[in-house]
Design a protein around this ligand. Structure first.
Ligand SMILES: Nc1ncnc2c1ncn2[C@@H]1O[C@H](COP(=O)(O)OP(=O)(O)OP(=O)(O)O)[C@@H](O)[C@H]1O
Ligand SMILES: [Mg+2]
Length: 410
């Protein structure tokens, strides 16, 4: 197993999570899945493992990453392109009769016109007709899949980014189009006869839930089975570190491995891989110092400028999802919570927020606090630790807490 920290991992490099893979595959027997979670927690990797798993049951599985898609047309193009080789692989008896239609759809996709942002009322009219166009073509593609009489899994990665693109590019009708797109999933796709032979696995970094709530369209994603990815247990985390240590001939003992896991605190494999990477570097340049005493340094290396790209997105995500005042409040609350590794009492956090909103009523201050508190908990920034008898909101990821402090220190 290689020490990979960044790109999705597969095969030998995919450690653990076999129960989760099976569970997701079982859910797909009856349901479509929405897998949301912070960046880098291993969404793409596990979805690929799920694809490999269902392929063993003779399903056809395809992956499309729609982060670069700016509109519905680009989405359909991606889907069509990814399906083409699968279609070609069907036995000639199955595909006879519909492969020509599948090929012809390509031309129809190209003929769809998507509204030009900023073109005023003409754009709104065009949006209406384009909507009907892409839906008709999209349904036709799905109809063909169903006709093939096979099981299909369509994995769509980074869907929230595409939807954010649509809203940003088209201020007049973007939100409406996003609603229509999500409704297509919920209604049109399911209304197809035998639609259960086509299953969807949708993933992305957190954002979709805030987006649908903001625009009053939470109903559109309710029909998807919502899933997330828990961190490794200490036992699995230590087993992974041993496997890496073995591969790189690092003399990591049980105590040092446990210490490294405890230092990361939120044992998501990515942060374990990162911590291991910095530990390896430290050990190779200070071979005579024992490993355990280098762990603390390795964790600090993770958050230094130049190494800290992975933490910026935690801050950026707040700015992207929340109104500018809410984002500033959330950043300030995290700034306070970061001061203490064991977290901060909610009363103190609320009073900090009240100081930032002196002109608002007590009810309003409380409402904003509760809303932000829940978003920060859902998106894995902090969690309510009640082990001391008093509730304290504390960071999940210790390196992120250190980064937060470093960023706010002169
Ligand atoms: N099962 C695993 N075993 C070992 N390492 C893993 C595993 N899952 C994830 N990782 C680590 O996490 C990194 C990111 O994985 P992946 O790209 O799947 O996450 P992601 O949630 O899709 O990230 P992004 O939000 O950036 O798309 C990998 O490079 C690897 O370091
Ligand atoms: Mg990914």
């Amino acid at each position: 197993m290689d020490n990979i920290a960044g790109t999705p991992v597969e095969g030998e490099n995919f450690f653990g999570r076999s129960t989760e893979v099976r569970r997701l595959a079982e859910i797909l027997d009856n349901d479509d899945i929405l897998l949301l979670g912070p960046r880098r927690i291993g969404k793409t990797s596990i979805c690929r493992a799920v694809m490999a798993h269902v392929r063993e049951k003779s399903w056809h599985a395809i992956e499309i990453n729609v982060a670069s898609c700016q509109d519905e047309l680009a989405f359909l193009e991606k889907l069509h392109t990814a399906l083409a080789p699968e279609m070609a692989s069907l036995s000639s008896k199955i595909k006879e009769g519909f492969i020509a239609t599948f090929d012809a759809i390509s031309a129809r996709i190209k003929s769809i016109k998507i509204p030009i942002p900023g073109a005023g009322t003409a754009s709104v009219d065009l949006a209406e007709s384009a909507t009907e166009d892409w839906i008709a073509v999209g349904n036709e593609v799905l109809h063909l899949l169903v006709q093939a009489n096979q099981h299909w899994l369509i994995y769509i990665d980074e869907l929230p980014i595409m939807l954010f693109n649509m809203i940003r590019n088209d201020t007049a009708t973007g939100v409406k189009r996003v609603r229509r797109f999500l409704d297509w999933f919920r209604n049109d796709v399911r209304a197809l006869p035998d639609s259960h032979s086509v299953r969807w696995l949708v993933s992305g970094s957190v954002g979709l839930d805030t987006l649908v709530q903001q625009h009053g369209m939470a109903d559109t994603i309710n029909s998807l089975n919502h899933q997330n990815l828990a961190a490794f247990t200490d036992e699995v985390a230590i087993a992974m570190l041993f496997k890496l240590a073995d591969r790189y001939q690092l003399a990591l003992d049980q105590d040092s491995a446990a210490k490294l896991v405890a230092a990361v605190q939120w044992a998501q494999p990515y942060y374990l891989q990162k911590a291991f990477h910095y530990l390896r570097q430290r050990v190779s340049s200070n071979a005579d110092v024992d490993i355990a005493s280098q762990i603390e340094f390795a964790i600090n290396d993770m958050v230094q400028p130049g190494s800290d790209n992975d933490f910026h997105h935690w801050e950026h995500r707040l700015v992207q999802q929340l109104s500018s005042s809410d984002a500033a409040h959330a950043i300030a609350l995290l700034g306070l919570a970061a001061q203490d590794a064991s977290g901060v009492r909610p009363e103190n956090l609320l009073s900090h927020l009240q100081g930032r909103m002196p002109n608002d009523s007590a009810e309003k201050q409380r409402e904003v606090f509760i809303n932000l508190r829940d978003i920060l908990q859902r998106d894995a920034y902090w969690w309510p630790d009640e082990s001391s008898g008093n509730k304290r909101y504390r960071f999940h990821l210790e390196p992120l807490r250190r980064w937060w402090i470093r960023r706010n220190t002169l």
